[in-house]
Design a protein around this ligand. Structure first.
Ligand SMILES: Nc1nc2c(c(=O)[nH]1)N[C@H]1C(S)=C(S)[C@@H](COP(=O)(O)OP(=O)(O)OC[C@H]3O[C@@H](n4cnc5c(=O)[nH]c(N)nc54)[C@H](O)[C@@H]3O)O[C@H]1N2
Ligand SMILES: Nc1nc2c(c(=O)[nH]1)N[C@H]1C(S)=C(S)[C@@H](COP(=O)(O)OP(=O)(O)OC[C@H]3O[C@@H](n4cnc5c(=O)[nH]c(N)nc54)[C@H](O)[C@@H]3O)O[C@H]1N2
Ligand code: SF4
Ligand SMILES: [Mo]
Length: 770
């Protein structure tokens, strides 16, 4: 493949008409100096550099991973891979990896044996009560690893203090789906892209963050009967460009005003009668309250609140209201905000009002970000209970207790599971003083880093960090465990549209590194967790056996895996759940029958007040008698927790670059990706640059009430008053020692329902540095 996917991010177009198959285009990249004939074998997998989960084969030569190739027959990518997938998948694999455990001796980390490292962990663990333990995991492990960790936490130790970095990522996707439909579970399908007439992207820069999915959109845009695109993003992203080009709208609301905008769109849809009354009456509850709430959001008011033209609100609503088939996607521009769940629920509401769900071309994709975030949620490694079970429903607890053969009282369910922001607070206060971090780098990715560094550095904290690299976070650890990464272990994971892939082991891990599954199993063995009959609690020792155990746990639940096997996943394509004996090929889209999992004995959650986060009691929920209908939940707009002032006159928002993934442990080790986006920048509008007296490339400091970072100015096309900083560039510029992380200035606030932090809105000042 000679294309340069750094320059041509989405690759060659393969345009096609509505309702026709997305053509195949196979992308391949081999490391420098490797020719196709050199490859010893190709090993089946899927990309783990975003939630799209593009299926690929890994090229292996002499026991090394030397390249990747997209899988032509897979439903997700039809052979394609994007820049990160092509250039970022394997190059990291033999660069400064952790190869032995490390333990702390004074202020140094020194090499240790596995026995020594694990003995230390187990000794510290046994010294403590269950509630002194916290586990902070990821959206980047495999399903088998999460399920094992969840069983350890819930049935072994009995601690509610477990969450993933998915709290920063897709907690709102889960929350919005639970509030509206009763349970997590992606309603839509990627196949809806082929069939839609209008595509709405709410706070989702798909062109940069799911590049292969965006090439799927572009192939529709350039084919016959293209869809109209609407972009909701304060910045002029490539998505916004296409919105304008297709005759759609680019709505650029002020950060933090999504709820006002959504109320405005709903207002228009209701006002013009663009609703399917029959569908609403038969399949939803809450219409009257929704209509009453949005009645006070006419376009002129919304225009003022959001800082956008009223006619754009009208036009966007008209597109939603009058297109035959509408597909919506939602991501961090909505999720990382103070009214995250609420504004994301309004997207669900728009679809329900028009009955546009569960049909080809009409769907909702409450997106995921990380490649395996779906599994964190399903398996309960985010604190929720495995299989989308409801912690407040005693029957669900009993089911798990029977499955694991433990006393139901062992399973923590006396209060909601501890969310990550609370978990970090407990660590700060010292009530959790054993913290085990796996596959995440919170010293860069959590908000308000000056505070996080203080928490990590506390003397009384026993900190375990499990990673493939000596990350910024690992530097603080008492014990560092070297993990085998993607390609070095076997397991499954599920993409944002419920498609499950098997990733085979291609090569041996470096040195003594072990899979996360083996590490968790080793801990369980050393802790000697037992079931009710005195038998070992965890009976599996291989990924496939863990998968089989999970299948039983998921049986009968919305995320039913019971029809899947490793063998079936070795076919041409991944398979979307639910997959059972009745639907052996999986399920393309949910809710085709307009029946939602809201029955009180089925639902994953009894719901919340969207404004306050207050929980609905089981009694109140049952009294509403949802009976398989979806909830239309409403909320007023409220101002963000922090807003501009004379001291901090600009709003900073943060996000991603096409070429880097998060804290860059993998993409930063790829020469092409590193060169494409080597260092941080600060994006400001032309007008703001003039006002600040800065030009392209000038060094500026972005400072909030909490901290500051420094970077060169890039003049962008975004709206005035808004500064954008990518969050990939952790800590300090090695040459200058200056802080480079966006999270130096972000704040410790979160959405009341999903508890997802508000990375997208901080009040800052920007000043020129000498
Ligand atoms: N290249 C790349 N791709 C990735 C990742 C990566 O690190 N790099 N990470 C993966 C992960 S884990 C995730 S979660 C996804 C995230 O994928 P996205 O959500 O698409 O990415 P972000 O850049 O965080 O935010 C999206 C957009 O939200 C806009 N925004 C900011 N504030 C607001 C607001 O108040 N309202 C609205 N409507 N929009 C706003 C930003 O301008 C930005 O363009 O990407 C995944 N894919
Ligand atoms: N300001 C700001 N902050 C943000 C965001 C934002 O938009 N703005 N976005 C948030 C979001 S959506 C996300 S998802 C987070 C991401 O934040 P992090 O999760 O902290 O970012 P990563 O760099 O992906 O860290 C994952 C770590 O896991 C390791 N790893 C990868 N695979 C494995 C494995 O198989 N086993 C083990 N043990 N380790 C592994 C990697 O080496 C890496 O160190 O950042 C959040 N922070
Ligand atoms: S779109 Fe995501 S999953 Fe697909 S190749 Fe790119 S980074 Fe990998
Ligand atoms: Mo994420």
């Amino acid at each position: 493949m000679s294309e340069d996917r750094v320059a041509e991010v989405w690759g060659r177009r393969t345009p096609h008409a509505r309702d026709t198959e997305w053509p195949v285009r196979v992308d391949q990249h081999l490391r420098d100096g490797v020719a196709e004939g050199d490859v010893d074998r190709w090993v089946q997998s899927a990309c783990v550099l975003c939630s799209n989960g593009c299926a690929c084969d890994i090229a292996v030569k002499d026991g090394r991973m030397v390249g990747v190739r997209g899988r032509a027959g897979d439903r997700v990518n039809h052979g394609r891979l994007g820049p990160k997938g092509l250039y970022g998948s394997v190059e990291w694999s033999d660069q400064d990896r952790l190869t032995t455990p490390l333990v702390r001796e004074g202020d140094r980390l020194v090499q240790a044996t596995w026995d020594d490292a694990m003995d230390r962990i187990v000794a510290e663990s046994k010294k403590r009560q269950p509630l002194a333990h916290g586990f902070y995991t990821s959206g980047q492990l495999f399903l088998e690893e999460y399920y094992t960790l969840a069983v350890i936490g819930k049935a072994g130790l009995g601690t509610p203090h477990m969450d993933g970095n998915t709290r920063l990522c897709t907690a709102t996707a889960a929350a919005a789906l639970k509030e509206t439909f009763g349970s997590d579970g992606q309603p839509g399908s990627y196949n809806d892209i082929e069939a839609c007439d209008a595509l709405f992207l709410f706070g989702h820069n798909m062109a940069a963050t799911q590049t292969v999915l965006w090439s799927r959109v572009l192939d529709r845009v350039e084919g016959a009967d293209p869809p109209v695109v609407v972009a909701v993003d304060p910045r002029a992203t490539p998505v916004a460009e296409i919105a304008v080009r297709t005759g759609g709208v680019h709505l650029a609301p002020l950060p933090g005003t999504n709820q006002a905008l959504m109320n405005g769109l709903l207002h228009e849809v209701i006002e013009h009668g663009w609703i399917d009354r029959e569908y609403v009456d038969a399949h939803t509850i809450g219409y009257d309250e929704l209509a009453a709430t949005v009645a006070s959001y006419p376009p002129d008011r919304v225009a003022e609140l959001c800082g956008i033209p009223a006619d754009d609100v009208r036009r966007a609503a008209e597109i939603f209201g009058t297109s035959e088939r509408v597909l919506s996607t939602v991501l961090q521009g909505f999720y990382q905000s103070h009214q995250a769940t609420s504004s994301s629920c309004q997207v669900n509401n728009l679809h329900l009002l028009r009955g546009l769900i569960g049909k080809p071309g009409s769907g909702i994709l409450q997106m995921n970000g990380q490649p395996t975030a779906e599994n964190t949620r399903e398996c309960g490694a985010d604190g929720d209970l495995p299989g989308f079970r409801n912690w407040a429903n005693p029957d669900h607890i009993d089911e798990l207790a029977r499955l694991w053969n433990v006393d139901p009282l062992v399973i923590p369910h006396w209060a909601p599971p501890t969310h990550a922001m609370q978990l970090w607070r407990y660590v700060e206060q010292g009530s959790i003083d054993f913290l085990w971090i796996s596959a995440t780098n919170p010293a860069v990715s959590l908000p308000e880093l000056p505070r996080i560094r203080q928490i990590l550095a506390q003397d009384n904290l026993f900190l375990v960090v499990q990673d493939g690299f000596l990350t910024e976070t690992a530097q603080y650890a008492d014990v560092v465990l070297p993990a085998a990464l993607w390609g070095e272990k076997q397991g499954t994971f599920t993409n944002a549209s419920r498609t499950v892939h098997l990733s085979e082991q291609a090569v041996e891990p470096p040195g003594q590194a072990r899979s996360d599954l083996d590490i968790f199993l080793d801990y369980a063995r050393r802790m000697d967790f037992r079931d009710r009959d005195g038998e070992p609690l965890i009976t599996w020792t291989s990924p496939e056996a863990a998968f089989d155990a999970w299948k039983e746990c998921s049986r009968g639940r919305p995320c039913d895996y019971s029809g899947l096997t490793y063998e079936r996943l070795r076919g041409d394509s991944g398979i979307p759940w639910p997959c059972t004996d009745d639907v052996p090929d999986g399920t393309d889209r949910l809710y085709a029958d307009s029946r939602f999992p809201t029955d009180p004995d089925v639902c994953e959650d009894y719901g919340h007040d969207l404004l306050t986060g207050g929980s609905t009691t089981p009694e109140k929920y049952k009294a509403a008698a949802p009976g398989g209908r979806a909830f239309l939940k409403a909320a007023e707009f409220t101002e963000p927790p922090e807003w501009i002032s004379s001291a901090y006159p600009l709003i900073a928002t943060t996000g991603r670059s096409t070429y880097q993934f998060h804290t860059r442990t993998k993409t930063g080790r790829s020469r092409r990706l590193r060169d494409a986006a080597p260092s941080v920048w600060v994006e400001v509008s032309k007008e703001d640059a003039n006002e600040l007296g800065v030009a392209e490339g000038d060094k500026v400091r972005v400072e909030s009430a909490r901290g500051s970072m420094v970077g060169p100015v890039r003049i962008g096309e975004g709206r005035d008053g808004v500064v954008f900083v990518p969050f990939h560039y952790g800590y300090w510029d090695n040459a200058t020692g200056e802080p480079t992380a966006a999270n130096e200035f972000t704040l410790t606030e979160w959405d009341p329902v999903s508890k997802q932090p508000t990375f997208k809105v901080s009040a800052v000042r920007v000043s020129k540095e000498d």
